[in-house]
Design a protein around this ligand. Structure first.
Ligand SMILES: [Zn+2]
Length: 317
């Protein structure tokens, strides 16, 4: 069955490998032979996506993760905010697309006086972001005419692009609403990295069916240059994302179900109940004892530009 490319809508595509999500649904990962985009097939149905997103943010907890993990992630949100603050002038107008619980923008507000805008789809994250008074939040996906042309100094998408169901249209809108010399900072899983190549359907950052679409960094840079952007920084090392990618992908190879440890770290104890406390204890030991090795491996994959994730910073000409 021919799959239609999610980016360029071509049908000259090929199926690369299969994957199974946390609900045990089967998917194929396809590649477009015209634009080189990778995408999930068949296209997930709305109810499948709703379930997957609800499950990602299950329950009524204050945060997505258990307290210690949330503190760890919050530290990296603060570092990202510090990086963005180093790039922008006082009073800059900032848009965080897919702002999640708003914590990144909250941190950014502590570094200067900025006009902070966030966009997030309906759900538990948006409800959390709503409570942060520094953010002008819109609960929706980005559409034409949501914001005036040339209005933002910086737009950020941290691990959001791969979730978007209309990537090309979104890039056009981003280009229009950014000011001249404005910055676009985007991070996403690197489908051309070592982890993706080794683990294929078991790769942690594949995250089916939430991740709809991938471009490798070379193709993404080409696309952005075509939109009139210049690459100003490429960052491969991510202590937050990459070593855990190795660990969870290894565990996915060893377990019948994917992301068992990850779901437990979110406090989701109802997922895969056949993995009992004793087994989870050993998975946590695996995490602790292999972490130093995988940090070293992340340094190596960063040197070769083959990390599990990448962050790119562009300037609009
Ligand atoms: Zn294509």
């Amino acid at each position: 069955m021919a799959c239609i490319c999610r980016y360029c809508k071509n049908i000259q595509t090929e199926q690369l490998f299969e994957t199974i999500d946390i609900f045990q649904n089967k998917w194929a990962i396809c590649k477009c032979n015209i634009c080189n985009a990778f995408f999930i097939s068949p296209e997930p149905k709305q109810d499948q996506l709703k379930l997957a997103y609800d499950y990602a943010y299950y329950g009524e907890c204050e945060n997505k993760f258990i307290f210690s993990v949330e503190k760890f992630i919050d530290y990296f949100r603060r570092r990202k905010a510090k990086y963005i603050a180093s790039l922008i002038p006082e009073n800059a107008k900032v848009l965080d697309l897919g702002c999640g619980n708003g914590r990144f923008l909250r941190h950014l507000s502590t570094f200067g006086n900025y006009d902070l805008h966030g966009l997030e789809i309906e759900g538990a994250s948006a409800e959390r972001a709503c409570k942060i008074k520094e953010i002008k939040l819109r609960v929706k996906s980005l559409k034409q005419n949501d914001y005036p042309d040339s209005s933002f100094d910086v737009i950020t998408l941290f691990h959001v692009f791969e979730h978007i169901d209309n990537p090309k249209e979104t890039l056009v809108i981003i280009k229009n609403i950014l000011k001249k010399d404005g910055l676009l900072v985007v991070s996403f899983p690197n489908i051309a990295g070592w982890q993706a190549k080794i683990f294929k359907g078991k790769w942690y950052h594949l995250d089916p069916p939430r991740h709809l679409f991938f471009l490798d960094s070379v193709d993404f840079i080409n696309v952005m240059e075509g939109f009139g952007f210049i690459l100003v920084q490429k960052n491969w090392f991510s202590f937050e994302q990459n070593p855990y990618g190795w660990i969870q992908s290894c565990l996915n190879l060893m377990c019948n179900k994917r992301e068992v440890l990850y779901e437990r770290l979110k406090g989701n104890n109802s997922y895969a109940p056949e993995y009992r406390t004793f087994n989870i204890f050993f998975q946590k030991l695996f995490f602790i004892f292999t972490l130093p090795f995988f940090i070293l491996l992340d340094i190596a994959e960063s040197v070769f530009g083959k990390s599990a994730t990448v962050r790119l910073t562009f300037r609009k000409k």
